[in-house]
Design a protein around this ligand. Structure first.
Ligand SMILES: Cc1cc2nc3c(=O)[nH]c(=O)nc-3n(C[C@H](O)[C@H](O)[C@H](O)COP(=O)(O)O)c2cc1C
Length: 192
């Protein structure tokens, strides 16, 4: 079984979502010793923004990296993505990665009955961090966006391991991280 682990926080060792995503992967590795884990830090190793030039695929290195990203996504059984809320949405580095995996004919297609996601059967765990409180509020364009875009690609088995309100006080942050760590889903849905 393959697990793809991504981080996108720009806050390095002070990051909440990096702590959560690492804990999720460690828990899964502990339970599933044969798990194959691949990792990409989208902050230190970002993909370029999707531009007219990149769509034309004129840069061989960029073309190869984009192909590798798509392959990694398609091959993964489990995805663990550190996705903080930045300016009500996701970091642009994560958006740049999503722009490379949303590929017509590969991960979605349009049929007579409407759009169909082609990346089915994956389990996605989002390590979510937010300074304020947004659950159920119209201000949430981060988790709602991720649920929409991954659902569009066929990934509907999604868990959110969420620490929110972390900017209120150090105690809020500590409590939110503890609650998030306690909510990590067990790797029971897929066999090793
Ligand atoms: C650039 C930036 C933008 C942010 N925008 C928001 C925001 O719109 N809403 C919010 O509630 N928190 C916001 N925050 C707070 C983060 O969501 C919070 O610190 C979270 O823990 C970030 O995850 P990280 O520590 O893994 O980077 C922002 C933080 C940064 C650095």
């Amino acid at each position: 079984m393959k697990l793809l682990h991504l981080d996108s926080s720009a806050l390095g060792t002070a990051s909440v979502t990096r702590e959560l995503s690492a804990a999720i992967v460690a828990r899964w590795q502990d339970k599933l010793p044969r798990l194959e884990v691949e990792y990409r830090d989208l902050d230190t190793n970002p993909l370029p923004h999707l531009t007219g030039q990149s769509l034309a695929q004129s840069d061989p290195a960029e073309k190869a990296d984009a192909a590798r990203v798509l392959e990694q996504f398609l091959a993964a059984d489990v995805l663990v993505i550190g996705a903080p809320m930045y300016n009500f949405s996701v970091p642009s580095t994560l958006k740049a990665w999503i722009d490379r995996i949303a590929v017509a004919g590969k991960t979605f297609r349009y049929t007579e009955n409407g759009p169909e996601g082609l990346a089915k059967g994956k389990h996605l765990i989002i390590a979510s961090g937010r300074g304020g409180l947004h659950t159920g509020a119209p201000t949430d364009f981060q988790e709602a966006y991720l649920r929409q875009v991954f659902g569009f690609l066929g990934v509907t088995d999604i868990d959110f391991v969420r620490a929110e309100g972390v900017a209120y006080s150090p105690q809020h942050r500590t409590d939110a991280i503890a609650a998030a760590l306690a909510s990590i889903p067990e790797p029971t849905r897929l066999a090793a």
